[in-house]
Design a protein around this ligand. Structure first.
Ligand code: HEC
Length: 146
């Protein structure tokens, strides 16, 4: 009987531990949330629709023609995006980018472009695509620190 009680107590402890960890650590871009195939698609979008303002290395700056664009990795960027969801991020791209022609991208293209940003930022690649489904996309966070 004692042994059984111990097993139950240990199981309960382990299970509560697992829940505590998953509650503290939402899924984020540190967990490998996009794929290589998605980046291949997204590169076509990024290179033709984003790079002229944000640059290939995401550094932004002041192009000779067009609008100055922010870097997609500096402190100001982190301040705006830390702890937001990938849905917030993709919506920003979908609704307001490219800044000179907003509205031309589908949600799929916006999510693929976001995968390119994550890849060029050197966040880990995974085996599941960054989803288009709003609920699934909203369950993944952008976290400045792991
Ligand atoms: C014509 C220049 C231009 C193009 C092209 C462009 N952007 Fe932007 N982007 C901007 C400017 C200017 C801002 C800052 C104003 C704003 O946030 O709306 C910005 C802001 C952003 C932000 C938010 C940055 C922050 O620090 O909050 C993201 C993310 C972004 N762009 C992604 C993209 C993606 C992805 C593409 C391609 C699909 C793209 N942009 C194309 C000019 C551009």
């Amino acid at each position: 009987m004692k042994a059984q009680a111990l097993v139950i107590a240990v199981s309960a402890f382990v299970i509560s531990g697992v829940y505590a960890v998953s509650a503290q650590q939402p899924k984020s871009q540190w967990d490998g949330v996009y794929t290589e195939a998605q980046v291949t698609r997204g590169n076509e979008v990024y290179n033709s629709r984003c790079a002229q303002c944000h640059m290939a290395d995401l550094s932004g700056g002041e192009p000779e023609e067009g609008i100055p664009a922010p870097a997609l990795y500096d402190d100001a960027f982190e301040g705006r995006w830390n702890n937001k969801t990938m849905k917030d991020f993709a919506d920003k791209i979908h609704l307001t980018m490219p800044a000179d022609e907003p509205g031309v991208l589908t949600m799929q293209q916006s999510v693929d472009a976001l995968a390119v940003i994550l890849q060029r930022r050197k966040f880990p690649v995974g085996t599941t695509e960054l989803p288009v489904d709003p609920a699934a996309l909203g369950a993944i966070r952008y976290l400045t620190k792991k």
